[in-house]
Design a protein around this ligand. Structure first.
Ligand code: BGC
Length: 907
């Protein structure tokens, strides 16, 4: 009987719910706890017991034949390593967990969850890499290939069937006429020189006794399509290839494997070309109807080409795959004219998003091609045409040539575009019905975990834009932008935004994958590049931006991103795995700086000095790196890195390392003060970012901090309460102001509507975050088309200030993963908001923090999830706990789980 006050829910294995194809030999198990009685407080887990069995029946019959942890006295409920016997490839495990509460009362066992191991050894892959010889050239695109095979299954019943698949290029499997799974752009982007991921699918329901057919598309993808800064195709290799195997287990215990090999056949088909930057061109007249079903005549197809195994490591997929996550119908469809007798329609989806257009057409003329052009904005200076100059060489044009007939659905699958508007040329009828056209949004399929809302509609729109900015720039890797010929894993942008990403979405798995990419990209001397996966053309000089060292605030993502994952999710294994790499990086920084008395990126250093305070406007028009000295940024980030790494070292029990890193931080702080801080407390450069870094990273002597704050505020005020920061300073700017007693200035900057400011773009109708503060202005029009994205998340990094300071939810690194929570909202009486609230669904459950102001009377409500504690700091005087009317002085409480309300009076 369930007498416990808590019960375990939401079981996860690693970063997933009931995963297939797991690669971790000792998967970690997590659960949340829910209160069995609403309104109960101070709930805790005193112990847990995990049971793992080989079948669901065994588990429910209390036969934990794989592993029984026994009763473990512990309040841990996240990342508990499986400690049973070594797991084998394909092994399926059923598990549940029971807990004991603070009074020692046991819960019932949770619902049953499962996980299944993938192919753990290279030797498990018995298939061969296959494909076709169609290759194209550096600029010349080529058609997507199709591969297929018929096979016979005996007349016995199938217990389970799994498809393990990977490709160099994109694959999309079909079995017996049905698509396998719903993943997009698989196998995802890794540095294919180092590793390629595979995916596993349960295909049991798709198979039958007798005749079966399996087939896959094979398209360019990142492997051989155009890649951002390379400007040519075939960066990793010249032709796509596929490796897969279908494992079938029958109920009598026998097995059969269908691997890719020379018995498969290949052909080109209707996908004339498919490239992420350029678009997909589909000629339906070239379709092979029934190609993915038995009975298809493949006599005209050729034998698949066998490619030698390059030995590339094939790894499981740690993070979420890309999927369709939302369908957005247009808010307006206008027929804008006619072009050579064909209709031209302009569609507005009302949202700058990432994906592609799905359109249903009827009674089209065979061979009369439709063309789809995409754009983020309209050319406001002329007639409202699509503005595509900022896409640079990325064409973003899809086309479809109808076969003719009743109904056809156009649905490109191997490309994506960043767009709000689209022009469709050649729709067969004069009107397009809203229900016939939809924008299919794609990105990595993580869960939404956070929400923020306040009384100011413009700030709520900013928050929406921040979220959409992340969605569009997390198509398998964190990117700078999704529309032009770039879409790269810029490390500086990722480190600036990662904390905001982790408030809004559960990005634990997403970044677990990308931190592997970071390690793959680390140069032999220890630096991290500015783009990960690393797309540097080979053989560039040390002073170039592709030297292997991304420079200050870019390379540092190698420490900041893993640290953030540890802090937000308590993911210790991630930082353990990344530890050696981070230490090597820090040691590289210190040793490179030692030649110049501890100054990183010293003007005389021969290496790449970095991107400065990228896109700050303090150096005037045309100067995209800002005025803040690069060596100041570099030296400041050494201190920050060293402090973060010291925290990680301590969490891993590496005390002497922690002490060493702290010494690096202290010594480098002294270097910083000597070189950049005047005896009067002025910081060299005098820029907002110089002050922000000095204050945020605690680089100033205690005594000069307030002076520095005054200088920062003076600069902001002298510009009419405006910021002058770029990618480096902006994320910390408001944090510094609120931390050092200038909350009013921070709110002033947040509410500023003229550029440069966060709300300027919002007032211009932006639905995502712009790359540049002045992406478009009334007097100047569009910024330089060479670099003017309307969907760049970096400046959205103010989002973490909304959660942490306005709504007041912060973690405590001493108990990472929100095991202990700090709740400290900072409203201002007479300030811009009369209410604000946020929530985050952490790995421990949902935290809520929200306040309302009536004049200076504050009501503050919080929810603290079971098995966590929180320190609550209620601002103002005369603080009262509402229920019970307990009077408390100082406004500081330590509370256990539950929902609480407080009142106080702000000054
Ligand atoms: C990208 C950035 C990136 C920068 C580095 C740009 O082209 O879009 O966001 O961080 O280059 O300088």
């Amino acid at each position: 009987m369930n007498t416990s006050s808590i019960s375990p829910i939401d079981l996860r294995c690693e970063y997933h719910t009931n995963p297939l194809g797991l690669g971790e030999p000792k998967p970690r198990l997590s659960w949340k706890l829910s209160a069995t009685t609403a309104g109960a407080r101070n709930l805790k887990q005193a112990a847990y017991q995990i049971r793992a069995a080989s079948s669901a029946d065994n588990l429910t019959n209390d036969k934990a034949d794989i592993w029984d942890s026994g009763k473990v006295a512990s309040d841990s409920s996240t990342f508990i390593p499986f400690a049973g016997p070594a797991l084998k490839s394909g092994q399926q495990v059923f598990w549940n967990v029971s807990v004991w509460d603070q009074d020692g009362k046991p819960s019932a066992a949770s619902d049953t969850a499962t996980w299944e191991m993938g192919l753990l050894n290279r030797t498990d892959w018995t298939g061969q890499w296959i494909g076709s010889t169609v290759a194209g050239g550096k600029y010349q695109e080529s058609p997507a290939s199709m591969v297929r095979k018929d096979f016979l299954l005996p007349g016995k019943s199938i217990a389970t069937a799994r498809l393990y698949a990977t490709a160099l290029g994109f694959y999309e499997f079909h079995i017996n006429g049905q698509r396998v799974g719903s993943d997009q752009l698989t196998p995802g982007w890794t540095d294919y020189k180092h590793r390629v991921q595979y995916q596993a699918y349960d295909v049991t329901p798709l198979l039958k006794s007798g005749d079966n057919a399996i087939g896959s598309w094979l398209a360019d993808g990142w492997y051989c399509g155009f890649i951002g800064n390379i400007e040519t195709r075939q960066f990793y290799g010249d032709a796509t290839r596929l490796l897969a195997q279908l494992h079938i287990t029958f109920t009598d215990g026998s097995t059969q494997i269908i691997p890719t090999d020379g018995t498969w056949k290949t052909s080109t088909g209707p996908i004339v070309s498919a490239d992420m930057m350029m678009g997909q061109h589909y000629d339906a007249r070239l379709e092979h109807t029934g190609w993915d079903a038995p009975g298809f005549d493949a006599s005209k197809w050729s034998a698949a080409t066998i490619f030698p195994d390059t030995g590339i490591p094939i790894v499981a997929t740690p993070g979420p795959t890309v999927r369709e996550t939302e369908l957005v119908h247009p808010i307006s469809i206008k027929r804008t004219g006619e072009h050579w007798g064909q209709h031209v329609h302009l569609l507005d989806f009302g949202q700058n998003l990432v994906g592609r257009i799905r359109l249903t057409i009827r009674n089209a003329k065979p061979g009369q091609t439709l063309r789809f052009r995409h754009a983020e904005v309209l050319d406001k200076l002329s007639t409202g045409n699509l503005y595509t100059t900022n896409l640079r060489s990325a064409k973003n044009i899809d086309s479809y040539t109808p076969r003719g007939g009743d109904v056809e659905t156009i649905d490109p699958q191997f490309t994506f575009h960043g767009f709000r508007y689209a022009e469709i040329l050649g729709n067969p009828s004069e009107t397009i019905a809203t229900e016939d056209v939809v924008a299919v949004v794609i990105h990595s399929d993580y869960q939404s975990s956070g929400s923020f809302e306040c009384s100011e509609p413009l700030v709520n729109q900013l928050q929406k834009n921040i979220r959409w900015g992340w969605r569009g720039n997390s198509v398998d890797i964190p990117t700078d932008c999704p529309q032009r010929n770039e879409r790269l894993g810029w490390t500086g942008d990722a480190q600036a935004f990662i904390r905001t990403a982790a408030f809004n979405y559960d990005v634990a798995g997403f970044f677990a994958k990308w931190t592997q990419d970071l390690r793959d990209a680390q140069s032999p001397f220890g630096a991290y590049p500015s783009i990960v996966p690393d797309t540097s053309p080979p053989g560039l000089k040390q002073s170039s931006s592709f030297s292997g060292d991304g420079g200050p605030a870019w390379a540092d993502a190698g420490i900041i991103c893993p640290w953030t994952m540890w802090a937000c999710y308590g993911d210790v294994r991630l930082v353990e795995q990344h530890y050696e790499s981070m230490v090597k990086f820090l040691d590289y920084l210190v040793s490179a700086a030692s030649e110049f008395g501890g100054i990183r990126s010293h003007p005389e250093w021969k290496g790449w000095h970095g991107y400065g305070d990228w896109l700050s406007q303090d150096a005037g028009p045309g100067h995209i790196m800002g005025l803040t000295p690069k060596d100041l940024i570099g030296t400041a980030f050494i201190v920050y890195d060293a402090r973060l790494l010291a925290q990680i070292a301590r969490a891993l029990g590496k005390e002497s390392d922690a002490v060493r890193f702290e010494k690096i931080a202290t010594d480098t702080t002294a270097v910083f003060q000597r070189r950049y801080v005047s005896p009067d407390g002025l910081v060299v450069g005098g820029t907002q970012t110089s002050y922000v870094l000095a204050l945020h990273f605690d680089l100033l002597p205690e005594a000069s901090r307030q002076t520095a704050v005054e200088w920062l505020v003076r600069d902001i005020k002298s510009r009419g309460t405006k910021l002058a920061t770029g990618f480096v300073g902006t994320p910390y700017l408001n944090h510094v102001l609120s931390r050092f007693g200038k909350l009013d200035v921070a709110y002033g900057l947040l509410m500023q509507k003229n550029w440069p400011s966060w709300l300027y773009a919002v007032t211009q109708g932006a639905t995502t975050i712009w790359e540049r503060w002045d992406g478009w202005t009334h007097d100047k029009g569009f910024q330089d088309a060479g670099m003017n994205s309307f969907n760049h998340y970096a400046y959205g990094a103010v989002g973490d200030w909304l959660y942490q300071v306005v709504a007041g939810i912060e973690l405590d690194v001493n108990k990472p993963g929100y095991k202990h929570i700090l709740l400290k909202p900072q409203p201002v009486a007479g300030g811009p908001f009369t209410n604000a609230k946020a929530s985050i669904d952490t790995w421990h459950g949902k935290i809520e923090s929200g306040w309302e102001l009536d004049g200076n009377k504050l009501t503050y409500r919080i929810t603290v999830p079971p098995n966590t504690t929180a320190k609550v700091i209620v601002p103002g005087t005369n603080v009262k706990v509402v229920e019970g009317g307990v009077f408390a002085t100082g406004g500081e409480f330590t509370v256990g789980s539950g929902t609480y309300a407080f009142t106080s009076e702000l000054n």
